[in-house]
Ligand binder design. Structure first.
Ligand SMILES: Cc1cc2nc3c(=O)[nH]c(=O)nc-3n(C[C@H](O)[C@H](O)[C@H](O)COP(=O)(O)O)c2cc1C
Length: 658
């Protein structure tokens, strides 16, 4: 137990297994398995979280039943991976941490384009997002599946796993069996709540029979799934009561959302409160037959987590994104170093990486996910001390600054604004962006600690830079939105880019009558956060885009939230449209045309017009510096305009390479 967070760091016993503290790593799909095999990277990812303090880690879903053959999911339904599974548990146990394997099947749920022809489900009813029609499981198939899951659990136990977690929330197969929206069966696995929970109660009983009483069986249940005629708090309580009544479940955790327009609820972002599900969890706690409860959902701060345990609201705290972002979250907290934590900013880029881009998990605020030295990383000193100049104090420049300075280089960083953070700072001032400040706050504190020198409020020229006789220069000057084609160059002064316009509005912050229009060729979340701010200042807000929807470059969970807020706030979306320059903007009219039919219309009472368009890199300093023979590195938007993840990753790499 630590003096810093005594409740959070106190031990707990779960099904006879001693946990050294209350921190659980929630199941997170990393996609680090390959060809159904355990990989060194998958092991390293989990060993790092164990080393950093987690007492219990839930793996991502494993292939536990014979019909499950997804390459990045580790195969457990035969003995092929016995050695790998043993290495995995040994690596985690070396840090006094327990590993649980997750049992999950997506059923009919699919959150990517297209339908899943291999899906299985409770009834012949389509998934709400992909409209996948599942093959309806027969009673015999359900029984086989239960047997497979139980045998695989036993195999996990032989390999050192302390238990399993049944993933019965998030809209996956077991959740589909619970919900009357997806289960209209009339046999023993449907009909009423007893029937609809039977698949899971029989599964838990089968695992218990195969693995005994000291094998942890946890369950993730739907709290409020947010879909019509599905599972709200009352239904959730009924499910929780039935599922825990036979005493085969050792902990319960409530997840939210489902495979529908409420999928976003399972990864709450900065547009809602912190720890948003604790209140509902407290209500549901009464229904779990005294089984320990695990709090979950956007818990990012050790003080918050400690208070939940200290109040007795939950026995354990599960964190997914928080521990992706900083595996040493607890180790730092318990040594009174919470200020050194790289905090999760709930941006859901990790979800985008795994679910949209089908890549391994990565993080905006942790450029070292799953590297061997990830835990509490601080760079080793460089062999030769160099003079390094960084130009730009956005998150790419700040990351390069602190890493290079921490390696012992003499770093001078120039920034035009008086404060660091660049466009990320602007985003942090818009609705839903507050948490993003953690990215540059950490970088700034680390840079100061490492002795970097800042020249803020200065637009550095090539001469200013060369005067410092740098051995290397990092250009992190960001990017600038290009004027759209419909805006004649001679009228460019009449319409500004959204970032400049919004920064001005934030300064002035006065209510204005009329209509605000954003021309959107950006499709990332900052544009819609700006629209929300405009909605507080103007009578009417319109987002006009040539595409067939907005927010197309965001992960589905983020896009759902954006669309929900646009509709709730009556922010209008004008699709397949583009302005036509007729010179009437100054008179308060914006003419525009449908991009297919070229049919024209007009928006009147125009009071604000800005464009959010692709960004060109700001590289004016590149040629003069190269001509002077300087070793120049481009990072972040200055290389190619992208998001925070690319910026921090590149700043980090360059800071290490110089
Ligand atoms: C990238 C990503 C992958 C996830 N993968 C899984 C998964 O495979 N199984 C699961 O039960 N939950 C998964 N989740 C949900 C998390 O376990 C957790 O319920 C959710 O992220 C909320 O907790 P947090 O706010 O601490 O991240 C995933 C979430 C994210 C962001």
């Amino acid at each position: 137990m630590s003096d810093a967070y005594p409740a959070l760091t106190s031990p707990f016993t779960l099904a006879g297994n001693r946990l050294r503290n209350r921190v659980v790593h929630a199941s997170m799909t990393t996609r680090m398995g390959e060809n159904t095999r355990v990989t060194p990277r998958l092991i390293q990812y989990h060993a790092n979280r164990a080393q950093g303090g987690a007492a219990l880690i839930i793996t991502e879903p494993l292939s536990m039943a014979r019909h499950q053959n997804i390459p990045y999911k580790v195969r457990v339904w035969n003995d092929e991976q016995i050695d790998g599974l043993k290495r995995w548990t040994a690596a985690v146990q070396a840090y006094d941490c327990h590993l649980l394997g997750q049992i999950q099947d997506s059923g009919r749920g699919r959150h990517a384009a297209g339908r899943n022809p291999d899906a299985v489900g409770a009834s012949a009813l389509p998934d709400d997002i992909s409209w996948t029609m599942p093959h309806v499981l027969s009673v015999a198939e359900i029984e086989h599946m239960i047997d497979d899951f139980a045998q695989s659990s036993r195999r996990l136990q032989r390999c050192g796993f302390s238990g399993v977690e049944i993933s019965a929330g998030h809209g996956h197969l077991f959740h589909q069996f619970f919900s009357p929206r997806s289960n209209t069966r009339t046999d023993r696995y449907g009909g009423d709540w007893q029937g609809r929970t039977r698949f899971v109660t029989e599964l838990a009983a089968a695992i218990r029979a195969a693995c005994g009483s000291d094998f942890i069986i946890g369950i993730k249940l739907p709290g409020n799934d947010g879909a019509p005629e599905s599972i709200g708090p009352a239904e959730s309580a009924t499910i929780a009561r039935l599922v825990t009544s036979e005493h085969n479940i050792d902990y319960v955790c409530f997840a939210h959302g489902t495979h529908a327009q409420s999928l976003e609820l399972h990864v709450p972002d900065g547009n809602g409160p912190r720890a948003p599900y604790v209140t509902l969890m407290l209500e549901l706690r009464a229904a779990v037959n005294n089984v320990p409860v695990v709090a979950l959902g956007r818990i990012t701060d050790p003080a918050e987590a400690d208070a939940i345990i200290a109040r007795g609201d939950a026995e354990l705290i599960a964190m997914g994104r928080t521990l992706v972002c900083d595996p040493a979250w607890l180790a730092k907290a318990e040594r009174n170093r919470a200020h050194d934590i790289r905090y999760c900013v709930s941006c859901n880029s990790c979800w985008d990486m795994t679910s949209t881009q089908h890549l391994q998990i990565a993080c905006d605020n942790n450029p070292r996910v799953a590297l061997a030295d990830e835990v509490d990383w601080w760079p080793a000193r460089a062999a030769n001390r160099k003079r390094v100049v960084v130009v730009g104090t956005g998150v790419a420049g700040m990351e390069a600054t602190w890493v290079a300075a921490a390696r012992g280089h003499k770093v001078t960083t120039f920034g035009i604004p008086s404060q660091v953070g660049g466009k990320t700072r602007l985003r942090s001032l818009l609705p839903g962006g507050e948490a993003l400040s953690s990215v540059y706050d950490y970088q700034q504190a680390a840079a100061h600690k490492a002795g970097a020198r800042f020249e803020l409020g200065v637009q550095a020229t090539a001469d200013d830079i060369l005067a410092l006789k740098p051995d290397a220069v990092v250009l992190a000057c960001g990017s600038t939105m290009v004027a759209p084609r419909w805006l004649p160059p001679e009228c460019a002064d009449l319409v500004s880019d959204l970032r400049i316009a919004i920064a001005d509005l934030i300064r002035v912050n006065t209510r204005q009558s009329g209509t605000a229009v954003i021309f959107d060729m950006d499709h990332t979340d900052g544009t819609y956060a700006a629209a929300e701010l405009l909605r507080t200042l103007f009578d009417r807000v319109i987002i006009m885009t040539p595409r067939d929807s907005i927010a197309q470059d965001m992960a589905m969970v983020t896009r759902q939230g954006i669309l929900r807020r646009m509709h709730e706030q009556r922010i209008e979306m004008l699709l397949h449209a583009e302005p036509v320059w007729t010179g009437r903007v100054e008179d308060g009219y914006l003419d525009y045309a449908n991009i297919y039919t070229h049919e024209r219309s007009t928006i009147d009472h125009l009071a604000f017009l800005a464009y959010s368009t692709p960004r060109a890199p700001n590289i004016a300093l590149l040629d003069p510096l190269r001509a002077a023979g300087v070793d120049v590195h481009l990072v972040g938007d200055c290389k190619v305009a992208r998001g925070v993840m690319a910026a921090t990753a590149e700043g980090h790499t360059v800071g290490n390479a110089i």
